[in-house]
Design a binder for this molecule. Sequence first.
Ligand code: KIV
Length: 283
Amino acid sequence: MSAHPDPSSLKFTTTSCREKKRRGEKITCLTAYDYAFARLFDECGIDLLLAGDSLGMVAAGEESTLPVTMEQMELAVRAVRRGARRALVIADMPFGSYQISTERALANAVRLVKAGAEAVKLEGGAGRAALVRRLTAEEIPVVGHIGLTPQALHRMGGYRVQGQSETAAAGLLRDAHALEEAGAFALVLEGMPREVAARITAELAIPTIGIGAGPDCDGQVLVMHDLLGLTFHAPPKFVRRYADLGAAARQAVDAFRQDVEAGAFPGDRESYHLPATAPAKRG
Ligand code: KIV
């Protein structure tokens, strides 16, 4: 495994996000839910690690992100934070943790920060502006998330690309401006036409991080299981699969099973021995 130096001087922050946009450099973001992958991605130089509520689907096998709890998110955030030296750790606020009241939302955001999050992400447009303003006023950096927002699955009638009519696109543009004005330091744009994401990106001073929103966003995020081929379904159109770790894992596990069944694992070299000089104790 490569070294894990202490690049504290290079720590990626909310300011780094803005600076990257100003310099025209792309921001990289991956989801992570545990220590090992968070550390790997951090060592690879990924800027943002998102402890996403997608963990409900890819790690817990749920049908949607809706059942995800604060406790699940806190566990994930703690592990990801331990793996991240340089990357900025963002925690998703799970469904139900910010809808009931501003005070409950603030209390839950504080819990995620205490678990190690350096920022929180929440879904929704202009209707969330007041909440974003409040969290930001309480020193909690916020990432907005508009377009295809998975927690709005039932309202959207499925995971559907958003902003496809002129009216809907104009609505997304208004949402983006409202969230920026409220103090969000970045915006995830998910599942929308490339042209709409490009226009939002051009109009905002804060960076946009796209997923299924085309190449003109200031950065890109993917769910790690999609990128690494650890899913059990055909990936959506916007995913590029960079590795097939699923196939590699199956091969390794098959070989282990066969070796154990054949008595070929462990071998003598994988066994402990009594010290050569010390005679074996007799019972
Ligand atoms: O939870 C998640 O993985 C996300 C990304 C899709 C942006 O919110």
